[in-house]
Design a protein around this ligand. Structure first.
Ligand SMILES: NC(=O)C1=CN([C@@H]2O[C@H](COP(=O)(O)OP(=O)(O)OC[C@H]3O[C@@H](n4cnc5c(N)ncnc54)[C@H](OP(=O)(O)O)[C@@H]3O)[C@@H](O)[C@H]2O)C=CC1
Ligand SMILES: O=C(CO)COP(=O)(O)O
Length: 318
């Protein structure tokens, strides 16, 4: 099965490196100069410095060549995916499209599979998600992910598993994509708690109540509870809320510590918090932590006021 990875960011590059253990992989960079640099240096200095690109990875800026592959991995920021699918809908029609992005599209309230269905109804949609930092995958460290596809495809699972990248499959695409999207919102909150010096106990409380929000929201949207308890939900929540490698955690930490943060860094949880809060409000789903993350990132509330507001909520059953 020929594979192209569309998006030469940290994650797309890491996946291409891992999949190159199975056979040739093409990595598409939208920027010709970036592609030339990677071809010349055999490394992605812009997005994943310090890791060599194996021979089996070829880099191309010509999208039409890359689209000839059987299997296309979408590895771009979530808020860019809708436009990408719309622009190239005709060529993506009969393909298997595996979204590797984590988030909810703010314009439509859809996750990746909803966008694929809307723009490329003839394509087969899958989701690859779970606890994994690009740098870990690229270095060949052991990683386990969830592969979600409604048709339960074992051949897809085999094609995307490598000796150190172990995939578990599910048909619950809704649960898998919502787990990956929502955990970023709570990683921002966890980072804020630690940055503000509120302690590990407060972080544990926040992660647990955040998980309750994730479950409540995802079940209302048709997900299965066991998916949220798996790698793509609980697993990724644990990773991103406890690691300073996470960009979402780092943004939260900067907010909590009142320090500057580089706005060019991809932090999916900011847009997703907004999208989730809007959806939760329209469906009457209680998501107080997500609402606070939205207000914090929009600078509508101070960290101290957000914490006080959460602590002052009426006492309730767990
Ligand atoms: N990094 C990680 O550890 C992980 C990331 N993910 C997910 O992967 C997705 C991508 O993140 P990541 O790779 O880290 O992000 P990066 O910030 O490293 O890179 C983003 C990449 O997307 C490209 N890009 C931006 N806009 C478009 C567009 N319109 N069309 C095509 N390509 C575009 C950028 O190109 P350019 O360089 O030209 O700007 C860049 O190469 C996110 O949803 C993230 O949550 C999932 C698991 C782990
Ligand atoms: O999704 C990730 C780990 O599973 C990467 O997290 P960040 O986007 O917060 O760096």
């Amino acid at each position: 099965m020929s594979i192209s990875v569309l998006g030469a960011g940290a994650f797309g590059t890491a996946l291409a490196i891992s999949l190159a253990q199975n056979g040739p992989v093409t990595l598409w960079a939208r920027d010709g100069e970036h592609a030339r640099q990677m071809q010349a240096t055999r490394t992605n200095a812009r997005r994943l410095p310090g890791v060599d690109l194996p021979e089996n990875v070829s880099i191309d800026a010509d999208l039409s060549l890359c689209l000839a592959a059987d299997l296309l991995l979408l590895a771009m920021p979530m808020q860019q995916m809708g436009d990408f699918l719309k622009t190239h809908a005709e060529k993506l029609g009969g393909k298997t499209l595996v979204s590797c992005s984590k988030g909810i599209d703010i314009a439509t309230g859809q996750g990746p599979t909803g966008l694929i269905r809307a723009h490329c109804p003839g394509a087969r949609a899958a989701v690859l998600t779970g606890p994994s930092f690009a740098a870990d995958i690229a270095r060949g460290l052991p990683t386990a992910l969830t592969l979600a596809c409604t048709d339960h495809s074992q051949s897809l699972q085999t094609a995307l598993s490598t000796p150190n990248l172990r995939l578990y499959r599910t048909t619950d695409t809704t649960g898998a994509e919502l787990g990956g999207a929502l955990k970023n919102v709570y990683a921002i909150a966890a980072g804020t708690v630690i940055g503000a010096g509120l302690g590990d106990s407060a972080r544990a409380a926040l992660m647990t109540r955040g998980f309750a929000e994730m479950l409540r929201f995802a079940l209302m949207l048709g997900a299965r509870a066991e998916t949220l308890s798996g790698l793509s939900g609980f697993g990724d929540l644990v990773l991103t809320c406890t690691s300073s490698q996470s960009r979402n955690f780092k943004l939260g930490h900067a907010l909590g510590a009142n320090e500057p943060f580089d706005q060019t860094i991809t932090v999916e949880g900011v847009a997703t918090a907004k999208a989730v809060s809007k959806l939760a409000q329209s469906r009457d789903i209680e998501m107080p932590i997500a609402a606070m993350v939205t207000a914090l990132t929009e600078q509508k509330i101070s960290v101290n006021d957000a914490v006080q507001a959460l602590l002052a909520r009426p006492l309730k059953e767990e």
